[in-house]
Every structure is written in structure tokens, then in C-alpha cells.
Design a binder for this molecule. Sequence first.
Ligand SMILES: *[C@@H]1O[C@H](CO)[C@@H](O)[C@H](O)[C@H]1NC(C)=O
Ligand SMILES: *[C@@H]1O[C@H](CO)[C@@H](O)[C@H](O)[C@H]1NC(C)=O
Length: 237
Amino acid sequence: MKNFTVLIAVYVVFCDIFAESSPLIGNNVKPARMDEFPFIVSIQYFGKYPLKTDGHICGGTLISKNHVLTTDHCICGIDLRNLRIVLGSSDLRSSKIQSIIPTSKISYEHWAQKENVYASPCDDVSILEFYDEIKINPVEFNGNDSVGSKIMTAGWGNLNDGQRPSHMHRVSLKIMSNEQCSKKINKSLQKKIKMVDRYMCADADPWALSAPGDSGNPVFDAEKKLVAEPSRRHGNR
Ligand SMILES: *[C@@H]1O[C@H](CO)[C@@H](O)[C@H](O)[C@H]1NC(C)=O
Ligand SMILES: *[C@@H]1O[C@H](CO)[C@@H](O)[C@H](O)[C@H]1NC(C)=O
């Protein structure tokens, strides 16, 4: 469980040009191939309150045959019976899609209380558990998180046109040092962000931007090993 803290990462993306747009956009955003990232899941919500949505709210990562890692701010305070873990294909309309109701949740907050460690509410990692083991291989861990490592993220967040796609999209990024990152944020966003060790920065050349619906998407290296899970994003706002 201690490893979870290292998974809390901030996915920093840059944009010099746009002031208002927020979708997962960028010139190297592409549709994922059909079975390219079987370990990425869509977290969907079908309750009436408190969220207004007709499905996808966040991404998540299959970390065992019956556990999914996601961000807690997506599902904090939500009745698990209203959630579905949707997986099996890059295309949410595919006949291979399976939909699973989670049975329990372990949040970082929950763990921190037990360990007597400070955590603010809904901060920001959760693991969803379900009964039936599924026949999809979970993600591998220990991805290359060195500065300069080429990484990817993918999911079903909004696209350029603001539409929520039914097909997963992916984008390539490169890890930068926290110092470079802080400088770049100062320069392009005129924002001061306190970089603590557990933050990880990545950017795309020339730029990429994460969008509503991209929270919880995994970040993984070229060998598809998990590097981090973006939680709070600091983008262009
Ligand atoms: C991790 O990525 C860095 C930067 O690309 C590279 O120099 C290093 O060899 C990689 N390490 C492993 C274990 O692949
Ligand atoms: C960013 O700007 C602030 C002042 O706004 C300054 O204190 C800080 O050192 C700058 N950081 C970097 C990495 O240049």
C-alpha cells in the first residue's frame, strides 16, 4: 500500500497558444488501436446525482484481475452501485466490451487514516475491487520514470471539438525534471506551482493538453509499464 503515494502524480501539460480550450488535444493525439491498451478502463456513472453524465467520467487502470486504480476525486462520495468499470476494447461500442459493478473501494484517505498519515479528503488515489476475475492481463509496474523517458497516456477524455469520443485516444509525452517544469510553467503560464518530489512533469512537443474525462488515465512507458496516474492537472487555466 505504501507504493500508492508514488503513484500520485501531477500531469502537467503546456499550451502557449490556447487560453480557453481544455480537451485532450495536441498534434500527436491519435486514436489507439483496437487492442492496444487492454489494461485501460473507462469508469462510468449511471446514477442521477450528484453528477450529470451519460457514462464515462474518468479513466482507470487494471492492476490485477479484480482491481482497478483510479483517481479518488472522480468517485469520492459516490455510491459504488452507480459505477461501472467498462473494459475490453478501445471502442466503447465494441461487442467485446464488458461492464462490471465494483464491490468495494480502498482510497488513499482510508489507508492514510489506518496508518495515521495525513490525507486531505478525496486525495487522490483509489482502488476499486470487484468479485469476478476477468481474463485481461493487468498493467505491469515499474515503468521508466527517469527524466527524458518517453511515456504515453490514453483514454476517453474530450477531443479537439469538445466531443466525448467512444474511441480511446493516446498521446506521447516526455518526462521533464521538476526544475525544467517549474521554469516552463513560469514562462508559459505565468503561474507559480510548488513542485514537490511526488509530482511528475511531462510535456509533448510542441504541446498536448489533458481534458475533462482524462483524470485517472494511466501514464505508462514505451513497454506499457505503469509510470503514474494523473490526478490533479495543471494545464492552461
Ligand atoms: C529510462 O529512460 C532514460 C531516458 O530515455 C534512458 O536513458 C534510460 O536508459 C531508461 N532506463 C531503462 C531502464 O530503460
Ligand atoms: C518562478 O517565478 C517565481 C516568481 O514569480 C520565482 O520565485 C521562482 O524562482 C521562479 N521559478 C523558476 C524555476 O524560475
